[in-house]
Design a protein around this ligand. Structure first.
Ligand SMILES: CC(C)(COP(=O)(O)OP(=O)(O)OC[C@H]1O[C@@H](n2cnc3c(N)ncnc32)[C@H](O)[C@@H]1OP(=O)(O)O)[C@@H](O)C(=O)NCCC(=O)NCCS
Length: 187
């Protein structure tokens, strides 16, 4: 049996998905501001299917895109975590770090705080050599989180294969951090 991993930070807990996460997850997936850099907002069915996919992956491997909750009131605020992308990319196989928070919780440092805990887990426990992150070149907020994590812009932008040619979100920036870089920063 795999041990389901929970991570704690000063203000947050990253944990397995619970049934009552599904409703607030749909709210954020249905919010055009949150989904600005994705091809579409999600329907309830799409959102629930995604939550179940994340839950099942955590069930199977112990880690993944965790549900993120505020310690002070147990409020669900979104997801942050690690994932092996389904799509074959130029730099596959890889483990990515990613995040999506409800708009009310932006601008408080929560994404960076949770992602730092996920990176620590990636390098100290999973012993990964490298973690990548990628997003639309226009997604300044997400790139700013990558930079706060000391990830390095590879300057190797790529066209995401799941986004149609000519679509304004097709070109993605690729950031990476190696275990050696992470150890250096966290000495
Ligand atoms: C990308 C996303 C997670 C970033 O959220 P965010 O709140 O901007 O990022 P952080 O949690 O690191 O917060 C940083 C901000 O919090 C502020 N902040 C406030 N209190 C803070 C604290 N105690 N500690 C650190 N930062 C704090 C910082 O000054 C910074 O503000 P700024 O953005 O005005 O410079 C969020 O915009 C989002 O969910 N977007 C939609 C989904 C998405 O695009 N995901 C990525 C697709 S690949």
């Amino acid at each position: 049996m795999v041990k389901i991993v929970t991570l704690n930070t000063e203000r947050l807990i990253l944990l397995q998905w619970q049934p009552n996460d599904y409703a607030p997850f749909f709210e954020l997936n249905n919010d055009p501001a949150v989904m600005q850099y994705y091809p579409n907002i999600l329907t309830k069915l799409e959102s629930d299917t995604l939550a179940t996919k994340f839950r099942d992956l955590i069930e199977k491997q112990g880690w993944g895109f965790w549900s993120v909750k505020l310690k002070e009131d147990n409020q669900f605020i979104g997801f942050v975590g690690l994932n092996k992308p389904d799509t074959v990319l130029l730099f596959s196989p890889c483990v990515e770090i990613g995040w999506r928070l409800a708009k009310n919780y932006w601008g408080k440092g929560y994404a960076t705080e949770a992602a730092n805990a996920a990176l620590k887990y990636a390098f100290e426990t999973l012993q990964l050599d490298e973690v990548v992150s990628f997003t639309s070149v226009h997604n300044i907020r997400s790139k700013s989180v990558m930079e706060k994590l000391h990830m390095v812009n590879t300057m190797q932008n790529f066209d995401h294969p799941n986004i149609p040619a000519e679509h304004k979100l097709r070109e993605h920036a690729l950031y990476k951090i190696t275990k050696a870089q992470w150890v250096d920063i966290n000495l």
